[in-house]
Write a protein that binds this ligand. Structure first.
Ligand code: 13P
Length: 320
């Protein structure tokens, strides 16, 4: 589960339920997610933000210790966000390499077992440029080697955004190039592929595209792309949801796993698609607490089934 929203991103999520983004409200919401009864049956790890990694349950147990005691690995987002790339209007470079070795050493002591770094590639008529793709791929590779040096498993996340009006074919073309460059830089930087997780986007049509792709087309194009670009040495691929609805993200994952066997475990590392129903059911109110936890559990369970290819759309109503 990705629960590593930065303070500005979680504020946007809280704005949608008209809840003020105070440190205590952020802590209480993360406690709701982490302590949902049965969560550990479907969620093997949680990515946190710096503030969250240092917070505690109401009973005073640090979140990393709570998660470890309940069979979920604590993880940490270590990038400092995507910033405008000088000279390349509309493109970004993810920052955060300066001082990363020291920060990783501290996160290790705080209990982090894995980390995440997100590179962002947008699609437009003249972008992405080869330079922006390479600069981001090189940063991902340098981050991943530093993680492995620190005894922390890196999640390597090159996200091709689904904003925009591009077709599925264009997303497939760009995702192929991005993954090709990412693995080239990972190899050059001596990253141990057996000790990392890839967190990619699925190959989808842009949100503003007039041409909608079917779930089967998304699954087929995504698996084709991953087979071309991701070495079998990589043990796991965990998708981001990227703005897909919870049901779409679950269905796509299940269709891909049903089309196996695949050389890697194919699973989920969703943020929005896992949390959306839970956040709405909670609504920031104590009366919505157990409803929020139940909503999270249901989404986690359905995605657990999708990770084996056993999810069916009809389960949405029967599980509710
Ligand atoms: P979404 O599933 O909401 O895209 O978030 C996953 C994530 O970790 C993005 O960096």
């Amino acid at each position: 589960m990705a629960a590593d929203e930065s303070t500005s991103t979680i504020k946007k999520r809280f704005d949608a339920i008209k809840l003020e983004s105070t440190e205590e409200n952020r802590r209480a919401y993360r406690e709701l997610l982490f302590t949902a009864p049965g969560a550990q049956d479907y969620i093997s790890g949680v990515i946190m933000y710096d503030e969250t990694l240092r917070q505690k349950t109401e009973d005073g147990v640090p979140f990393p210790a709570y998660l470890s005691q309940h069979g979920m690995l604590p993880g940490i987002k270590v990038d400092m966000g995507a910033k405008p790339l000088a000279g390349f209007p509309g493109e970004t470079i993810t920052e955060g390499l300066d001082g990363l070795r020291e920060r990783l050493a501290e996160y290790y002591k705080l209990g982090a077992k894995f980390a995440k770094w997100r590179a962002v590639i947008d699609i437009g008529s003249e972008i992405p440029s080869r330079y922006a793709i390479d600069a981001n791929a090189e940063a991902l590779a340098r981050y991943a080697t530093l993680c492995q040096e620190a005894g922390i498993v890196p999640i390597v996340e090159p996200e091709v955004l689904m904003d925009g009006a591009h077709t599925l074919e264009r997303c497939e073309e760009v995702t192929n190039v991005v993954l090709d460059r990412v693995f080239s830089h990972l190899f050059a930087a001596r990253v141990f592929l057996e000790g990392m997780i890839l967190k990619p986007n699925m190959v989808v049509a842009g949100k503003k595209s007039a041409q909608k792709a079917s779930p089967e087309q998304v699954a087929e194009a995504t698996v084709r792309t991953l087979k071309r670009q991701v070495p079998a040495a990589v043990p796991g691929i965990a998708f981001l949801s990227g703005g897909q609805s919870p049901v779409e993200a679950t269905l796509h994952l299940s269709l891909m796993n049903a089309a196996g066997p695949l050389p890697w475990a194919l699973t989920f590392s969703y943020g929005r698609a896992l949390q959306e129903d839970a956040l709405n059911a909670w609504g920031g109110k104590s009366g919505g607490y157990s409803g929020g936890q139940k909503a999270l559990l249901m989404r986690a369970k359905l995605n657990g089934l999708a990770a084996t290819g056993a999810y069916k759309g009809t389960m949405e109503t029967s599980a509710a």
